[in-house]
Design a protein around this ligand. Structure first.
Ligand code: ADP
Ligand code: MG
Length: 431
């Protein structure tokens, strides 16, 4: 069930085009599981953690099911905050890019007159905070007679914020034959009470946590603002002198963009995603194996089948959708008992996701500061000492020992000899 493709969801052509533009390659598990039920007209309770794509899970069927020729509010989506209302409205606008759907976010702190005007002109989907939506209902500026679907998004947060009464007032007034969809990251009792009272024979959809084994990989994360990710990626590759890495993005579009940018900066990169024909993929993969490509930029789907030895670093350029894909991704490095490294970029609310990945998998993801150019020498020295230790451990140094002994006989101190060698090597790397 989880591996349903978007095609198998039987959506409209316009919806496929919009999804294509967004670069989504495959439905997330919560999308694959809930969209069919919602399209059937069922009430649904959806539970999945933050960042798993719940917005499109209700947004896609909501847009598909409403009739844009009827100039009435047909879907009401309730969100806990104005930021979320805006985000949801934005995502729905992108999903309905090729359709005539009119979407209006309504929340407090914005002049109500403008919202009233927009509502009068005609809106199909209202996305709002419960307080402001209630406000419009009381003023009769939001008519409910055409409403076919109510979505409670982030229901647990809405209850935490004290919106229960408003939500109940709204649900009491919306026509009874509506469809009621509830999405939440957690399912505490008050939510279950709400679903008992307001949903009809709801279908529970839950993406479960599988037990995952964390591979032997050193894991770090960097707090990086979105617009700086490319810069930081390049810097890390330079500093650590990474010769073989896999970079994960969440969308095909991002893969293409990043590949383009890195290539123009002179990096040996190529892209791997679902749009490539098998022949092209094979070609990319063999160049990667041969080292002609040092950095492979891929989506999860495309990377699923690949098996390459000696990948030094896995970069999570975008934070993965869920912990399972995190574990899959980082497992690409550090094969065959050798330790690899995973670097994850996180910005804003991604930090919460890092915490959640750690909690559910037991993975240790250590925060690291973005290295500045002046850290370069320290990092190189650190890498060099590791190499020195490894070389000593591996033995076979006979003739080199002899050579150092010659220097010692000339009355040079061993610590000076060592320091001079480090200096020479680091100067060489810098060139
Ligand atoms: P949630 O509501 O579960 O916290 P969101 O709906 O906000 O998650 O989605 C999180 C991110 O994932 C958004 O940036 C969204 O655009 C992206 N996303 C959603 N569905 C997909 C998909 N099928 N493939 C790739 N990215 C997706
Ligand atoms: Mg959400």
């Amino acid at each position: 069930m989880e591996s349903l493709t978007f095609k198998e969801l039987c959506l409209s052509k316009d919806m496929y085009k919009a999804i294509e533009d967004l670069g989504y390659e495959e439905p997330t598990p919560i999308q694959a599981q809930s969209i069919p039920f919602i399209l059937e007209g069922r009430d649904v309770i959806g539970q999945a953690q933050t960042g798993t794509g719940k917005t499109a899970a209700f947004g896609i069927p909501a847009i598909e099911m409403l009739n844009p020729d009827i100039n009435k509010v047909q879907v009401i989506i309730l969100c806990p905050t104005r930021e979320l209302a805006n985000q949801v409205a934005e995502e729905l606008s992108k999903l309905s890019k090729y359709q005539k759907t009119k979407i209006l976010p309504i929340y407090g702190g914005r002049p109500i007159e403008r919202q009233i005007k927009a509502l009068r002109r005609g809106v199909h989907i209202v996305v709002g905070t419960p307080g402001r939506v209630m406000d419009h209902i009381e003023r009769k500026t939001l008519r409910l007679d055409g409403v076919e679907m109510v979505v409670l998004d982030e229901a647990d947060e809405m209850l935490d914020m004290g919106f229960r009464e408003d939500i109940e007032l709204i649900l009491d007034q919306v026509p009874e034959n509506r469809q009621t969809i509830l999405f939440s990251a957690t399912m505490p009792k008050p939510i279950l009470r709400l679903t008992k009272r307001y949903q009809r024979n709801p279908q529970m959809v839950k993406t479960v946590h599988k037990k995952l084994t964390v591979p032997l990989v050193e894991q770090f994360y960097f707090e990086v603002k979105s617009h700086l990710k490319t810069e930081v990626l390049c810097r890390l590759i330079d500093i650590y002198n990474v010769k073989s890495s896999l970079v994960f993005c969440n969308t095909k579009k991002q893969v293409d963009q990043l590949t383009e940018t890195m290539r123009s900066r002179g990096y040996l990169v190529d892209a791997l995603h679902g749009d490539l024909k098998q022949r092209q993929r094979d070609k990319v993969m063999s160049s990667f194996r041969d080292g002609d490509i040092e950095t492979l930029i891929a989506t999860d789907v495309a990377a699923r089948g690949i098996d390459v030895e000696n990948i030094e670093v896995v970069f999570n350029y975008d934070i993965p959708q869920d912990e399972e894909s995190y574990i899959h991704r980082i497992g690409r490095t550090g094969r065959a008992g050798r330790g690899g490294t995973a670097f994850t970029f996180a910005s804003g609310k991604d930090i919460r996701k890092i915490k959640s990945i750690q909690k559910h998998t037991g993975a240790k993801i250590i925060r690291k500061n973005i290295p500045s150019q002046s850290d370069v020498e320290d990092i190189r020295a650190e890498m060099l000492s590791q190499r020195v230790k490894d070389t000593i451990d591996a033995g076979h140094m006979g003739k080199y020992i002899h050579w150092v002994e010659n220097l010692l006989e000339e009355d040079y101190a061993s610590v000076d000899i060592g320091a001079a060698l480090v200096k020479i090597v680091l100067a060489d790397v810098k060139k």
